[in-house]
Write a protein that binds this ligand. Structure first.
Ligand SMILES: Cc1cc2nc3c(=O)[nH]c(=O)nc-3n(C[C@H](O)[C@H](O)[C@H](O)COP(=O)(O)O)c2cc1C
Length: 191
């Protein structure tokens, strides 16, 4: 029978697979924040996982809604779903926004020119446009590869709680892990 320790290992394996494997369903979680009008959520790409420090990382334009929301209220939730295995993971923690430092530079350096265009829209995400484009003028697209750097940042969530649900054929299983005294304390709970 599966143990809580096995389950926790499975959680981290899946998270790592989300970063390493472009086709893994954990690559594109939903990231949830508390907005001015209530809950807010969006799909994004899981960029890094650090099981030692219990952190998850995504990229954001520093002018995006989520950036301001995290700066207002740091508590965030990530929701992952793997339909093939019937796994859902909800991961909760405090987030912070980073624009400087070796970690940010390393992630910026790892992106190709096309990905860097994501941080170059004039006025930033959410600005009204005249038509269906991304806000980056064609004359400037892919020209200066460092142009988006000033709007690029990392959101780093330090996890304090994990909620793992396995919808299995024989019976569903659900486990909650809470960070206490520097350890993950696990508990089976009703699905
Ligand atoms: C598959 C997919 C991947 C995405 N990846 C990211 C991402 O890594 N970072 C990001 O800021 N937005 C990403 N987006 C766009 C967000 O869903 C969202 O539209 C955008 O970040 C603006 O949201 P906000 O105003 O809440 O910040 C992605 C969208 C999709 C559909």
């Amino acid at each position: 029978m599966i143990t809580l320790d096995d389950t926790l290992s499975q959680v981290w394996e899946h998270l790592h697979a989300g970063v390493d494997d472009r086709n893994h369903p954990f690559r594109t979680p939903v990231f949830c924040t508390q907005g001015q009008q209530g809950p807010n959520a969006r799909t994004l790409v899981l960029r890094a996982v650090d099981a030692e420090n219990n952190t998850l990382i995504c990229y954001s334009d520093t002018r995006a809604g989520k950036w301001a929301e995290i700066n207002q209220r740091a508590q965030a939730a990530w929701v992952f779903y793997d339909p093939d295995n019937g796994y859902q993971l909800r991961a909760y923690g405090q987030s912070k926004c980073l624009t400087e430092g070796a970690l940010v530079e390393r992630h910026w350096a790892a992106q190709d020119g096309v990905a860097r265009n994501n941080y170059r829209s004039f006025g930033g995400p959410g600005r009204p446009l005249d038509g269906p484009t991304d806000g980056v003028p064609d004359s400037q697209r892919n020209k200066d590869v460092n142009a988006g750097r000033e709007h690029f940042g990392l959101i780093v969530t330090r996890l304090t709680e994990l909620d793992w649900l396995h919808l299995a054929i024989d019976r569903h299983r659900r486990a909650r892990f809470v960070r206490e005294g520097g350890e993950w304390q696990g508990q089976w709970i009703a699905p």
